[in-house]
Ligand binder design. Structure first.
Ligand code: HQG
Length: 183
């Protein structure tokens, strides 16, 4: 059994290269965000990142990820992140009708700006939303004292905004104008 500390380190590394900076280890993702697993292993193991990957470790991280952050392709050859990208990838998600409300957790220090200019994706491709307040609150805690915003998602959808649901259950949309936000 691999320690949870080691799995966590690998998970963070995979998030880094599969969502944000594949070029850091000379890796290439295809337009849909997939990396070849053998290529990933050899490039990680010869990089300066001090990470030692093998197929079983990757499999273990994918299977034990609390948020199901990564998915291995049906043929077993490729891996990608389910959401969270800052690089431009096409996850080929279909537009989905959202529930009446969705939630976004943030830190209190961002609140003034958000209530003024709405939710923006910042470094990422999408604004990330969840169906429950608890999950949103945990997300918000990453940046400080958490506060959860309620989003009138169905109204947004009715007024022409597109929503997607990632394979690991995170709701994605490109922005939330302030009129659809409630504290
Ligand atoms: C804030 C994690 C000022 C926004 C989570 C957030 C999620 C603004 C921060 C996923 C703003 C961006 C994404 C505005 C938004 N002015 N601040 N106009 N609009 N913000 O990390 O949603 O564990 O890029 O509220 O669980 O926190 O990595 O987005 O606080 O699903 O798998 O700017 O990452 O998943 O932060 O998190 P992030 P996020 P993983």
């Amino acid at each position: 059994m691999t320690s949870s500390k080691q799995l966590n380190k690998i998970s963070k590394f995979l998030s880094f290269v599969l969502r944000h900076k594949p070029e850091a280890i000379g890796l290439e993702l295809d337009p849909n965000g997939w990396a070849n697993i053998n290529d990933l292993i050899s490039k990680a193991n010869t990089s300066d990142e001090q990470i030692n990957l093998d197929r079983n470790l990757i499999q273990e991280v994918v299977e034990t990820s609390d948020k199901k952050r990564f998915v291995i392709s049906g043929n077993g050859q490729n891996i990608r992140a389910n959401q969270g990208h800052s690089i431009n990838v096409d996850l080929q998600l279909e537009p989905v009708t959202p529930p009446e409300f969705l939630y976004h957790g943030t830190a209190t220090r961002f609140l003034d700006r958000i209530l003024k200019e709405g939710l923006k994706p910042q470094q990422r491709q999408y604004v990330h939303l969840s169906t429950d307040i608890e999950t949103a609150s945990v997300v918000g805690q990453r940046y400080g004292k958490p506060v959860v915003l309620k989003i009138k998602s169905l109204l947004m959808h009715e007024q022409g905004f597109t929503f997607y649901l990632s394979d690991n259950g995170v709701w994605l949309t490109t922005q939330v104008p302030r009129d659809y936000l409630e504290r």
